[in-house]
Design a protein around this ligand. Structure first.
Ligand code: ADP
Length: 370
């Protein structure tokens, strides 16, 4: 008769392609029961948006299928997003597992459009997602979501995010009066507003909080990097942006602050001909890939230049909602899955670091009292 150790041995042959570790040592097998040849367990994937979820599930079925003496096999598949940031060090936002800052070298590259559609793509996989529009000088998310008259209530001294299409949304644009005056706000006031949006908001349980940062390297990106532990920064570029090297400065700032760079997404990367489906790289091919190689950071996707993306944003109807089957929506979905995978990789690294710190503390020689 098959024993538990044989089952675990078989399951250990299944490797998570992102984390490069076997699913047993990653703790992805839960509630395992083996009674008289009847096997039952839960496979807990690291994020519902993992690009390899189907592959891992298939590999598990194949591995278990090799245990020919089993009478029955029942697998429940779930996903629990890993914590990509140190929650112990952040009591203010301990219910938000991953915070992703979206940055760009300059304005107009489509950073807000990309932030919003990626947030929706992650939400559509089943993850709990929030979107913080931290572009205080030009908050565009309310317009892109058709929430111009949106507002946030305050309950128990906490801001309650507005809701749209399953996303929890906070934007400076909801404070119309203040938004008018934003241009005159400087340093400490700006930092204070962002801190309130982060810490004094009832985000409740979130798997991913996407923070749409203003372009460049001003007070807000700096405050985000220094106030709370974040999972990392996603850089949005266009081929022209790459050519003029403006993204490089922003990347440099986050690297100096020791904030992980999750990777780069190239927006307006190419045009897909509606007649022949061919891709035309109007502004040159491979720019963002070069940046990703230069800075040794993952290249996470390329979003086409598409009038539907623009018109959808301008009338409050994002393409992930109106045309979820379009090639543009596919491109956002691919990028979102790659981002979720990178967050899991960063989370696994963090877990390892914390474990090794813990074991170093345990094995550290006791201080001499002499
Ligand atoms: P940023 O946040 O970088 O300033 P926005 O997201 O506001 O940029 O986008 C600037 C303009 O470009 C908007 O009109 C938006 O609709 C348009 N846009 C963004 N991405 C695309 C795209 N992939 N295809 C077509 N238009 C786009």
């Amino acid at each position: 008769m098959v024993g538990i150790d044989q089952v675990l041995e078989k399951l250990s042959t299944v490797i998570d392609p992102d984390l490069k570790k076997d699913i047993v040592s990653m703790g992805m097998i839960k509630d395992l029961e083996l009674n008289d040849g009847n096997l039952k367990f839960t496979l807990e994937l690291t994020t519902p948006a993992c690009p390899f979820n189907v592959e891992i599930e298939d590999d598990v079925r194949k591995a278990i299928g090799e245990l020919t003496e089993l009478k029955n096999f029942d697998m429940n598949v779930t996903a629990k997003v890993m914590e990509g940031r140190s929650l112990d060090a952040d009591t203010g936002m301990a219910s938000v597992k991953n915070i992703i800052g979206v940055a760009s070298g300059k304005g107009g590259v489509g950073k807000s459009t990309v932030s919003l559609n990626l947030a929706l793509a992650l939400q559509q996989t089943g993850a709990k997602v929030g979107l913080l529009d931290a572009d205080i000088y030009g908050p565009s998310i309310p317009l892109m979501l058709g929430m111009k008259d949106g507002f946030m209530e305050v309950e128990d001294n906490k801001l309650q995010p507005a809701e749209s299409n399953g996303l929890k949304v906070v934007s400076f644009g909801f404070f119309a009066e203040q938004a008018h005056q934003a241009a005159i706000y400087r340093g400490p006031i700006i930092s204070g507003i962002l801190k309130q949006f982060l810490v004094d908001t009832n985000w409740s349980d979130l798997d991913y909080l996407i923070v749409d940062l203003p372009p460049g390297t001003g007070d807000i990106p700096l405050t985000l990097a220094q106030t709370i532990p974040i999972t990392g920064i996603l850089v949005v570029t266009t081929p022209q942006d790459v050519a003029s090297n403006v993204a490089v400065k922003a990347i440099g700032m986050f690297e100096k602050l020791n904030v992980p760079i999750i990777g780069v997404v190239e927006n307006m990367s190419h045009f897909i001909c509606p007649n022949c489906d061919e891709r035309h790289y109007i502004f040159g091919d491979g720019g963002a890939k070069k940046i990703s190689e230069q800075f040794n950071m993952p290249f996470l996707g390329e979003i086409p230049l598409n009038s539907g993306i623009m018109s959808g944003s301008d009338v409050g109807k994002p393409i992930m909602i109106t045309k979820p089957d379009s090639p543009s929506a596919d491109a956002f979905r691919i990028a979102a899955k790659n981002i979720a995978a990178q967050c899991s990789i960063l989370a696994a690294k963090l877990q390892e670091e914390m474990e090794s710190e813990g074991s170093n503390e345990e094995s550290a020689p006791e201080a001499s009292t002499n």
